[in-house]
Design a protein. Structure first.
Length: 382
């Protein structure tokens, strides 16, 4: 629902001609996800942006034939079905690469195309749990914590888009052939846990939940201010810690043997947090941030979306853009990331209506007659 489509959105943001294939009459599941306005999904507006939209029933023979015609000139296919589905339709990589040897096929699934769990259905929540990340996320006296957004899908989508371009580069500067790419939802997350495998392998470490603290970094936490806001701090290096201690008027922390270096601070993190938290509670957020900017303390307020849409840095960086939309005139959404100096990406339009580009693709590009186009619509193929 998210990982494969979002990977295609990232490519579309930088100018790829992306053709999104949806089921006739029903459309992509994301068209029906909240939040909704006037019966239309706002989430769809973001994930469907910059794409040409067609409808095609891949389970029908004529739909498969038309899909193969599209494959002839495609660079990349991104599919997000349970493993084996495309093969059942005669659209596996082996078959499609005979039509177009330069084709790169990116396959996104819950557990990958191989292994004992390959046939399992996989949503991001399941992948997040399977990655191990919730086991060490949250507070020690509370259950494992799942992220409040589709993290597994979002991370997998980035790996999928990146891998597609790796394969295109290899094709164009290598043997000229495409290849099949297997992206699971859980493996990109697992790749990001960095030292956990080697830490367990060499020292038997099993990372535990510590709230906002880290076993490797202290002080590292969020601290509440007098006006009920929160500020995040990370001061693991000696210089950043010393700047923090000086700025909050507690230079004695620097000479305290309990806090002499990062390792000592990690051992005594509770006592250090108590001292820092007491200082934060006596001042409001704006006062603290003004002081920290002058003292070059590494800190940042915890923002919600209401804060973000008016934050001057977000606005100056173009992180939020106003986008033309067929239904609402214009809508605001995230801008393109990352920012290229010579060939910047662009959000050209929000997600559009189901089948918006059917005629342009099937009649004008594939050459169907008006009569056949109408007949295929009546049969539910298009």
């Amino acid at each position: 629902m998210i990982a494969g489509p979002l990977a295609a959105t990232q490519l579309a943001d930088f100018g790829a001609d992306v053709i999104k294939v949806e089921l006739p009459g029903i459309g992509d599941s994301m068209r029906h996800w909240t939040p909704m306005k006037d019966g239309r999904s706002l989430w769809w507006k973001v994930i469907g942006r910059n794409k040409r939209l067609i409808t095609l029933t891949l389970s029908k023979p004529r739909g498969q034939e038309l899909f193969r015609e599209l494959v002839r000139t495609a660079d990349v296919i991104i599919e997000n079905y349970r493993p084996g589905t495309f093969e059942r339709w005669g659209l596996g990589y082996e078959a499609l690469s005979k039509i177009n040897p330069k084709l790169v096929m990116v396959r996104v699934s819950g557990f990958g195309q191989t292994g004992p769990y390959a046939k399992r259905g996989g949503y991001g929540t399941i992948a997040e749990a399977f990655s191990g990340i919730p086991s060490f996320t949250g507070f020690p006296d509370r259950p494992p914590t799942l992220p409040g957004f589709p993290m597994a899908d979002s991370v997998a989508s980035t790996f999928a888009a990146m891998s597609a371009m790796f394969a295109i580069y290899n094709r164009d500067h290598g043997d000229g052939r495409g290849q099949e790419i297997d992206v699971s939802l859980y493996e990109p997350l697992f790749r990001l846990v960095e030292s956990q495998v080697i830490g367990f392998d060499q020292l038997g470490i099993i990372k535990q939940r510590q709230g906002n603290r880290l076993a490797e970094d202290s002080p590292r936490n969020t601290y509440e201010t007098s006006d009920g806001r929160w500020i995040g701090i990370s001061a693991s290096s000696q210089r950043t810690f010393e700047r923090l201690a000086t700025a909050i008027g507690l230079p004695e922390l620097i000479s305290d043997p309990r806090f002499a270096d990062n390792a000592s601070r990690c051992t005594n993190d509770v006592a250090l947090d108590v001292a820092i938290a007491r200082w934060f509670k006596q001042r409001d957020c704006d006062e603290i941030m003004t002081l920290f900017e002058k003292a070059e303390v590494v800190a940042g307020p915890v923002l919600n979306i209401g804060d973000i849409v008016k934050d001057p840095h977000y606005l100056a960086r173009g992180n939020i853009v106003s986008v033309p939309d067929d239904d609402f005139g214009s809508v605001r959404m995230q801008g393109v990331v990352p920012q290229f100096q010579s060939t910047p990406g662009e959000v050209r339009h929000a997600g559009r209506a189901l089948g918006a580009d059917n005629r342009a693709v099937f009649v004008e590009e594939l050459g169907l007659s008006q009569e056949e186009f109408a007949a295929l619509q009546a049969e539910g193929v298009i």
